[in-house]
Design a protein around this ligand. Structure first.
Ligand code: FAD
Ligand code: NAP
Length: 534
């Protein structure tokens, strides 16, 4: 039997960076609010991804909230790129500092969210059959929270231990003396492989697509650098938000094409950015993500670094990616390529010999059988839509979001969906989200949503929902911009290509500043493109 439904103004699903800040803002507006979180703690990504080597790849001084000056000033980051435990501690501190815990219900998986046409309110149900009624539902469910576990034949027969990087055991895993297989060489694989290699007796890396990775040059955060940034944190944040990716760079950006400078100038710029480390490598020239020839100059530079680092020429060639650099999200590593110089680390190229099956004792590819004690799935996520499509979300007339999005997600600004009144998605598809420093995108969305709800309340409106026309034009615009870039040229998770059967649609919007401006304009014109109802 269902328990009595509890009534709120707002139900927020998810207690990561997005859900915590949304709760803070909703409470400031005086809205009765509950956060429902599937995990046993707050932190989202940083609660679940406890694999060895997990850390941010946007620098700590940027990968943090900016909504509170006091929080910004008092928190001391210890490393250039904070590790998972430190980021989790930070988010737990945020929950403590702003007294958020009383409004958060943990271990609560939301399974259904239904808009009831009669009452005009949402009814949210959980795996424990709890029911919550609300005027607004805000999905802070994360772009990278629904794990992707490929359906390998025989997987259930494996007698060793199996892990997914995105669901890592809290007590940690000791691989000492074990034969370990890692499937996947995206960011999670690239971060975990060098650390697992330090413990494992034998490590076999199963690579389907070679990855471009730039060194992190991680280390203790220089105290003087931290003090200097804190002295003008606001200006630092503003400058970063003006970048396409909302990620600041240590080196001044030029608007030059990679093809107008001399080969020596180009090489010098790439070398300098390689020495700096991190994602801003791709900011070297303005046309790297729009012109294949320009792109290839950067790609070849990275391939040269790989050939210089990896001693065995065959392994080096297999590690050299051939897709457009930046088409799949760039990785940032500590000793990734170097790890393949260790005698007990082996690379299996799945393009030469695909996985046939997982057996009771290991992995069988077309080329042979690998005996293993443990398998690590570093196989990523059903990105951007996965967490939403795993909830049965129904809007007006019982229309299911899963059906509305069967041919790919359709959303206005990545914030709202036609037919789903008072449902907001933080960093939803059609917004810059995963192409940016996500904390900047999250804060921009949370503030827009909070202002929107305040506007509705102040003007006596009950409901808001995008028009089908505004949504259709936006989806078309997002695609036009993507088509102008090289992003659609490879099988990335941005396109849903990593999940068999998922519609192939480029999901994020390219360019934070123009997007933020558009959102402001929409709000300034009384929520143009939305229908507001009394
Ligand atoms: P999440 O942190 O994913 O939180 C969503 C929460 O919603 C989760 O706790 C989940 O359990 C909960 N949830 C989902 N569905 C339900 C449901 N049905 N019921 C109840 N609860 C639910 N981004 C960057 O910009 N820079 C980085 O350096 C960076 N590093 C990353 C490293 C890793 C390992 C990963 C996986 C991602 C990284 N990201 C990075 C992206 C990262 O996801 C975001 O930066 C940010 O943490 C997202 O916060 P969020 O609150 O939107 O989502
Ligand atoms: P990912 O980038 O999607 O990488 C998954 C890897 O698994 C890819 O190499 C993929 O190969 C492989 N794979 C998937 N299915 C497979 C199959 N059936 N057979 C063989 N190989 C398969 O996932 P991720 O590494 O977890 O990263 C996801 C995103 O999270 C990142 O892009 C980033 O945004 C974020 N992240 C950031 C960090 C960080 O450094 N701060 C760390 C982790 C994650 P293909 O490429 O061929 O599909």
């Amino acid at each position: 039997m269902n328990k009595a439904q509890r009534e709120f103004d707002v139900v927020i699903v998810g207690a990561g960076f997005a859900g915590l800040y949304m709760l803070y803002r909703a409470r400031e507006l005086g809205l009765s609010t509950v956060v429902l979180e599937a995990g046993g703690g707050v932190g989202g990504t940083w609660y679940w991804n406890r694999y060895p080597g997990a850390r941010c790849d946007v620098e700590s001084m940027q990968y943090s909230y900016q909504f509170s000056d006091d929080l910004e000033q008092e928190w001391e980051w210890t490393e250039r790129y904070a590790g998972q435990p430190e980021i989790l501690r930070y988010l737990e501190h945020v929950a403590d500092r702003f007294d958020l815990w009383p409004h958060i219900q943990l271990d609560t998986q939301v399974t259904e969210a239904m808009f009831e046409d009669g009452s005009g309110r949402w009814s949210v149900r959980t795996g424990q059959r709890d029911e919550f009624g609300a005027q607004f539902v805000i999905m802070a469910t994360g772009c990278l929270s629904a794990t992707n576990v490929p359906d390998f034949a025989g997987a259930e027969t494996f007698r060793g231990r199996t892990y997914h990087t995105g669901r890592w055991p809290h007590e940690g895993v000791d691989f000492t003396g074990m034969r370990v297989g890692v499937i996947g060489t995206g960011s999670s694989g690239v971060q975990s492989i060098p650390v697992i290699a330090q413990q494992a007796r034998d490590l076999v890396v199963f690579q389907r697509t070679a990855t471009y990775s730039v060194p992190a040059h991680n280390g203790p955060l220089d105290q003087s650098e931290q003090t200097e940034i804190k002295a003008h944190y606001g200006a630092f944040r503003t400058a970063n938000s003006r970048m396409l990716t909302a990620i600041g760079e240590r080196r001044a950006r030029t608007d030059l094409s990679a093809l107008v400078v001399t080969a020596e100038e180009r090489q010098a710029e790439y070398e300098a950015r390689w020495r700096d480390g991190g994602l801003p490598f791709l900011g070297a020239f303005a046309d790297l993500l729009v012109d294949p020839k320009a792109n290839d100059t950067a790609a070849e530079f990275v391939r040269e670094q790989i050939r210089a680092i990896v001693r065995d020429p065959r392994t080096a060639e297999r590690l050299c990616p051939d897709q457009v650099i930046g088409c799949k999200r760039m990785c940032v590593d500590t000793n990734y390529y170097d790890t393949f110089n260790l005698p007990h680390v082996h690379l299996v190229d799945l393009r030469e010999s695909p996985i046939e099956a997982i057996t009771d004792s290991g992995i069988r590819t077309e080329g042979g059988h690998y005996e293993l004690d443990a398998i690590v799935y570093a196989t990523g996520f059903d990105a951007m839509t996965g967490a939403l499509s795993r909830i049965d979300i129904r809007g007006r007339d019982g229309i299911a979001l899963r059906e509305a999005w069967a041919a790919g997600p359709r959303s206005y600004l990545g914030l709202g969906v036609a037919g789903f009144p008072n449902l907001f998605t933080i960093t939803g598809p059609g917004s810059p989200s995963v192409l940016t420093n996500m904390i900047v995108s999250i804060e921009q969305h949370v503030e827009w949503i909070a202002d929107c709800i305040a506007h509705l309340r102040d003007h006596g409106y009950e409901h808001i929902e995008p028009t089908a026309d505004a949504q259709a034009s936006w989806v078309e615009f997002v695609n036009q911009i993507a088509d102008f870039t090289l992003f659609p040229t490879c099988n990335s998770w941005y396109l849903g290509a990593n999940v068999p059967g998922k519609a192939r649609v480029f999901m994020p919007y390219v360019g934070f500043p123009s997007y933020a401006e558009k959102c402001e304009e929409v709000a300034g014109r009384g929520y143009e493109g939305f229908v507001l109802e009394k």
